[in-house]
Design a protein around this ligand. Structure first.
Ligand SMILES: NC(=O)c1ccc[n+]([C@@H]2O[C@H](COP(=O)([O-])OP(=O)(O)OC[C@H]3O[C@@H](n4cnc5c(N)ncnc54)[C@H](OP(=O)(O)O)[C@@H]3O)[C@@H](O)[C@H]2O)c1
Length: 186
């Protein structure tokens, strides 16, 4: 199993959301995200799950929630209440947020930590939105300590994208190729 975290954070403060929304709109970044995760096994927190557009309804999604009786909206979406569910999984996993999920996996310090991070950084102004700011500073700190950047940094529409690999981990070429192709097709 290879675990890939994909996020887009705001430069400087590492904010990824305000309330239940992402406070910028960059269509090319959303398309890139779609190309990376479509057809993959996706892991999201319950709050992010509730904001995913219907186009993701056909994907396999694992929804982390403390509510065992939480009802997903499609049969291929499964509630997971304990992270040990993932520990012996063989399939690749794409971790798609929110902060609760990134910080949970990045903070694990062991088997759950992603092997690869697709680190997208938005350099523009954030839009006003209601709600609390959600940031992933602790995950970004961990990325800086335990991961190394590989390959190029890609730039499009005020978003830079870099790939980080966990130091000491072997990552299959097919995964890196898939990610790079998804980025440069944008
Ligand atoms: N910019 C980006 O790349 C990006 C990507 C995704 C999301 N976002 C943004 O991130 C924000 C949402 O993030 P968030 O941190 O508030 O919420 P979240 O991570 O999407 O979901 C949090 C929920 O996940 C469940 N959960 C978390 N840890 C768990 C554990 N150890 N075991 C079982 N369940 C667990 C809980 O669900 P229950 O409450 O049901 O127990 C918790 O309330 C939104 O603003 C969204 O737009 C941004």
């Amino acid at each position: 199993m290879t675990k890939v975290a994909v996020w887009c954070r705001h430069e400087g403060d590492n904010i990824i959301g305000i309330g239940d929304s992402i406070p910028w709109r960059v269509p090319s970044d959303l398309k890139k995200f779609g190309r990376i995760v479509t057809g993959q096994n996706i892991v999201v927190g319950r709050k992010t799950y509730e904001t995913l557009p219907p186009k993701f309804d056909k994907e396999t999604i694992f929804v982390l929630s403390g509510q065992e009786d939480y009802e997903t909206r499609a049969p291929q979406h499964q509630v997971v209440t304990k992270t040990k569910f993932f520990k012996d999984m063989e399939d690749d996993l794409y971790l798609c947020g929110g902060a609760g999920i990134y910080n949970l996996f990045m903070g694990d310090g062991g088997k759950l930590m992603p092997d690869v991070i697709v680190d997208c950084v938005y350099h523009g102004e954030m839009q006003q939105a209601d709600g609390e700011k959600v940031d992933i500073s602790s995950s970004v700190d961990m990325m800086r300590k335990k991961y190394m950047q590989v390959g190029s940094v890609y730039e499009e529409d005020n978003v830079t994208t870099a790939i980080y690999v966990k130091r000491g981990n072997f990552v299959e070429q097919r995964i890196l190729k898939h990610i790079i192709n998804s980025i440069i097709n944008s």
